[in-house]
Structures are given as C-alpha cells and as structure tokens.
Design a protein around this ligand. Structure first.
Ligand SMILES: *Cc1c(COP(=O)(O)O)cnc(C)c1O
Ligand SMILES: [Zn+2]
Length: 412
C-alpha cells in the first residue's frame, strides 16, 4: 500500500506532512505552490517489481497501489479504472516514417476519459477525510468522472462547468445525480467559483492541480504504458494539454519508474496544445530552468477539454517536461478536426477533440520528419462520443434513399 512520505512544494521545495496541508503550499499560494507527492522509493522498489506485477491478476490501475497515495483498499470503487488497451499499428507506422505507432485508448474508462484515473483517487481521499460533499470545476470530463465515481458512495457531488460544455458531458453529470451549475463564463471562471465554494462550505475540492493527489492518479497511464510494452517504453509519448496535470502525471510516472528501477530510459514526453489555448507551450519556450513564467490568456479552441487560458498546473507541467527532456508543440483547430476523422478511420479509435490533438501533433511531427524512425505512443484521453457535434463537422453525411436496390446501385 502506498505511504506518502511528504508533500513537497514545486516552487520553494518545502516539505509538508500530509496532515499539515490540504491543497497547496501556504507560502507560495495556489498557483505556484502546487505540491508533489513523495514516497519512500526504496520501500516502493521492494514492493513493486517486474515479478510482482507479472504475477498480479488485477487488471486496473490499482495494481500500482504501492506507488499511489492510498493507505488501504477500504474506499476503492468497484468501477474498473485504468489498464486501458494499448494498440499497435505497424503498417500505418511505416507509412508515417515511424519505427512504431501505439495508441493507448483511455476512452475505455468507466466514464470514457482519462480523468477517471484522477477522480477515482479523489473520491477515495474525500471519504478518508470524512467529507460529505465533493466539488470540481471542469471543462466536462473531470466532473463527469467525479460524478460517476461518487455515484456508488454516500458523497454528494457539486459541479461547476462552463455553460458551453458539450451536451453529452452535461448529461453524464446529471444522470449520475450530481448537482450541476452551468456557469455563465469560461472554465477559468468556473474554476475560481468552485474553489471559493469549497472553502466557504467545507467541500472537498477535486479541481485540477490544487489537489496534489490527482496527478498521482494521472501518472498511472505512464506506468501502464511502460508495463504493457514490457518495460521498454517508446521513444516519444504525445498527450493533449490543458491545465497541465495529465502531462505532469505522465512525466512523474516515468520518472518514478526509473527511480525504482523498472525502466532504464525515459521516453520523451511531448505535450500538445491547441494554438488558441497554448499558455503552457508559450511559458515552456521561455523557460530557463529557474522561474516559470505565468501569462494567462483568453483561450479558444474546438477542443473543449483543453480550452484553458489560466492553467493551474503550469509550474509542474513546465518543470517536469523540462526535466524529462520533452517539449511542447501546438496544433491548429483545423488539424485537430482533421485528426478526429483520420484517427477514427486509420486506427478504429474514435477520439474527442482533445484526444485527437496529440494525434494531430504526431501527424505534424511525422510530416516534418521530426520523429523519423522513432517509436511513438499517443494517449487518447477521451472518447469521441463525448462531443458528437464536433465530430459531425468532419464526418461527412449519410445518403438518404428510397428502399430499392436500384437506388443503392446508383450510389455505388
Ligand atoms: C482534461 C483533459 C486533457 C488535459 O488534461 P490537463 O490535465 O487539463 O492538461 C486532455 N484530454 C482530455 C479528454 C481531457 O479531459
Ligand atoms: Zn512553497
């Protein structure tokens, strides 16, 4: 079982006991004072070995429990989270000039997004802390997954989403029984409101970044990818970036695997942002290894899940990707839209726009010859059925016909 040794501030480095702080470093504040969860890696290395994992029958992310901030199994939900499939495409890889192409389909989680990895941890933490209400601000997926994982508990869920959230995501929230506030404002506005409400009413806050335990859930995608590739991870891993928590989790996951001796070499992590919502990519390009620049913007992109102008995990994302030796790139909305259809048609995996963004990034890098001969994995973070309206714009149209074979023949 995972035992947290300390929570360490990403900016000032001060270490706290998990009982002494709830969310962020009091000295550095909620934006720069995000906390990293530190374990006793010598102990973890003894508990998590290639052999122990090979013998473990558990096909969920809970197989990595010694490296998760969860002291016992008491509050683990029955929903199967993680251990999502990894697919490989040899012919398509050759066509793109890559050594290998892998797709990890996190649309197959219980509520159909990568966020389930984090929400499942949040729901456990809220119960451990004896909370009755959990809240989150979300572009959609974080909330619907929180609502899904709370559903089978006594927790009540209060959700703040921007008014523009796709219908499927709002419907998910309502059907799981959450109280949903459609905020007249952007995700960034909804985020601040949720934080204020959590403070005022004593709710547990699952919002990205401020809660140190969420990145722990989000790192499990990296652990699985490495294990599914027999501890020989690909050269590059691409993932979509909004708040920066998922990309931070993936970097931390690989780094911890290296620390406990399960992998020898770090894959290069490439964070992909939408052009109209790329404050982390902008900050990274200026980063000199010292202070992370924070310049918020008004974000706009078709990829609602990564439409974030005020990224809350920017400090971790920039620091971790720098330490990983990775980088950030941007793609246009046009490239994202095209990638939805290309990915569905070439791989059989139907992504939501934010899940297609890293694939758009891969196609862009491949076309530039930037990753020639390399093995690449794309993290598909959300299922395409989450946002039908956008997919319809690139799907083409069906043919309306009278029910005769002659008419069918005319259209062939
Ligand atoms: C949340 C989300 C992301 C990005 O995660 P961040 O932690 O906000 O960077 C990417 N894709 C999907 C589908 C998401 O829901
Ligand atoms: Zn600090």
């Amino acid at each position: 079982m995972g035992e947290v040794k300390a929570l360490r501030c990403i900016t000032c480095g001060k270490e706290y006991s998990p009982d002494d702080v709830e969310y962020t470093c009091p000295k550095c504040g909620p934006r720069r004072g995000t906390l990293e969860v530190i374990y006793d890696y010598e102990t973890v290395a003894k508990q998590l070995t290639r052999e122990s994992l090979a013998a473990d029958q558990e096909r969920t992310m809970w197989r990595y429990l010694p490296l998760l901030p969860i002291p016992d199994r008491r509050f683990i939900q029955p929903l199967r989270v993680g251990y999502t499939p990894l697919y490989s495409y040899d012919e398509y890889a050759r066509e793109l000039g890559l050594g290998a192409l892998y797709i990890k389909d996190d649309g197959q989680n219980p509520t159909a997004s990568y966020k389930d990895r984090a929400s499942s941890v949040a729901v456990i933490k809220a119960q451990e802390k004896g909370k009755r209400v959990v809240t989150a601000a979300s572009t959609g997926n974080a909330a619907s997954s929180l609502a899904g994982f709370s559903a089978a508990t006594k927790l009540k869920t209060m959700i703040f989403v921007p008014r523009t959230a796709p219908e499927a995501k709002v419907t998910q929230l309502l059907i799981y029984g959450a109280k949903v506030f459609l905020v007249n404002g952007s995700y960034d506005v909804a985020y601040d409101l949720a934080a204020e409400a959590a403070e005022e009413f004593g709710w547990y806050n699952r919002s990205a970044a401020v809660n140190p335990y969420l990145v722990e859930g989000k790192k499990t995608g990296a652990l699985e990818l490495a294990e599914q590739m027999a501890w020989n991870p690909p050269d590059v891993v691409l993932v979509g970036v909004g708040d920066g928590s998922v990309v931070s989790g993936i970097c931390k996951g690989f780094s911890e695997l290296q620390k406990i001796g399960l992998i020898d070499r770090l894959p290069q992590v490439i964070g992909v942002q939408a052009e109209g919502s790329a404050p982390i990519a902008a900050s990274f390009s200026k980063y000199d290894g010292n202070t992370v620049a924070i310049d918020d913007i008004e974000a706009e992109t078709v990829a609602d899940s990564i439409c974030v102008g005020k990224p809350r995990d920017i400090v971790k994302a920039v620091t971790y990707v720098h330490a990983n030796g990775g980088r950030f790139i941007t793609v246009s909305d046009k490239q994202i839209m095209a990638a939805i259809a290309t990915m569905a048609r070439r791989t059989g995996v139907f992504p939501e726009p934010a899940g297609a963004a890293p694939f758009a990034g891969l196609l862009k890098l491949a076309a530039q010859g930037d990753i020639a001969g390399k093995s690449a994995a794309v993290m598909v973070t959300g299922n395409g059925l989450k946002d039908i309206a956008t997919a319809r714009r690139v799907a083409g149209s069906a043919i309306e016909i009278e029910p005769t074979l002659a008419v069918v023949k005319e259209h062939l």
